[in-house]
Ligand binder design. Structure first.
Ligand code: AMP
Ligand code: MN
Ligand code: MN
Ligand code: MN
Length: 280
């Protein structure tokens, strides 16, 4: 059975592979299509498409954006969005700015807690400029403040932990609208990690079109549960490994089995959006 992976990070956010390296890794593993879904960045898409053309791997344009509800984080994936659209790019600039401002406060907080990590040290791991808590966690491990990335998050960086600082808040409904405005397909990423199934009806009302059923954090019963949720709300089923290259130790690409037929349904939705736009 042909398999795909619709959730992959590159050096344009917190992954360790360049887009071309991600494509080559996918080829080596035997995948037939991947999506590049960097946090708040679409800069890796063209490079991946180009490498995919040469390697015979289909590349789906994508993005992953974070949003907040109460004390929880909701991540929304956007597929087949118009990633060159100027209005969208300026929105991404705004998202990157609030991320940067959050990072600065986070590093100050860490210093107060006796863990000195400089902006330069973090930047070295993030050559393309989008810095996430994963980069900061990796620095904390490197400097010996914690013994693992998991410990960095569980003891310090997760919501409610001493080094957690909030970003300027953006709601999932705003992010869903933004992806729709950009002609993309909004998908609720790794719902099991957010544990906010209660928000699904409202997100569907706001235009949510899919849910990430297959994910490296989802076991079999979780997959079954979200398949049912997808059926109930008429949502597309998507899936991916959430591969960050080697940033988290274990390489996740190839560990989550997503059938190619998922991509056919996603493309039907893309074509429907394109037809609607033409009519307007
Ligand atoms: P940020 O986008 O800056 O809020 O950072 C979130 C990123 O940190 C996620 O995209 C994950 O890559 C990573 N992350 C969050 N929690 C964990 C965890 N428990 N273990 C490893 N990585 C994590
Ligand atoms: Mn990440
Ligand atoms: Mn995520
Ligand atoms: Mn992700």
């Amino acid at each position: 059975m042909d398999e795909i992976d619709l959730h992959i990070h590159t050096v344009y956010s917190d992954g360790t592979y360049t887009p071309a390296e991600a494509v080559h890794k996918a080829k080596e593993i035997g995948l037939v299509a991947i999506s590049i879904t960097d946090h708040d960045s679409v800069k890796g898409i063209d490079e991946a498409i180009e490498a995919g053309r040469e390697a015979g791997i289909e590349v789906v344009p994508g993005v992953e954006m974070s949003s907040d509800v109460d004390k929880d984080e909701i991540h929304i994936l956007g597929y087949y969005l118009n990633w060159r659209r100027r209005e969208f790019l300026s929105k991404l600039d705004f998202f990157q700015k609030i991320r940067m401002e959050r990072n600065e406060r986070l590093l100050r907080r860490l210093k107060q807690l006796g863990m000195e990590v400089s902006f330069d040290e973090v930047s070295q791991l993030a050559p393309k400029g989008v810095i996430s808590r994963l980069h900061i966690a990796r620095c904390m491990v490197k400097k010996g403040y914690v013994s693992s990335i998991d410990e960095a998050f569980e003891s310090w960086l997760n919501p409610g932990k001493p080094a957690y600082v909030e970003r300027v808040r953006v709601s999932p409904f705003e992010v869903i609208s933004l992806i729709l405005e950009t002609e993309g397909i909004p998908v609720f990423a790794h719902p099991f990690l957010s544990k906010r199934d209660d928000l699904i009806p409202k997100m569907v009302e706001a235009g949510l079109m899919g849910i990430e059923v297959y994910h490296s954090a989802h076991d079999e019963s979780t997959v079954e549960h979200y398949k049912k949720v997808a059926r109930k709300f008429g949502l597309l089923i998507t899936g991916g490994s959430d591969c960050h290259g080697e940033a988290k130790g274990e390489l996740l690409m190839g560990k989550v089995h997503v059938p190619l037929s998922i991509l056919w349904e996603l493309k039907k939705a893309r074509d429907k959006i394109a037809r609607k736009i033409k009519k307007i």
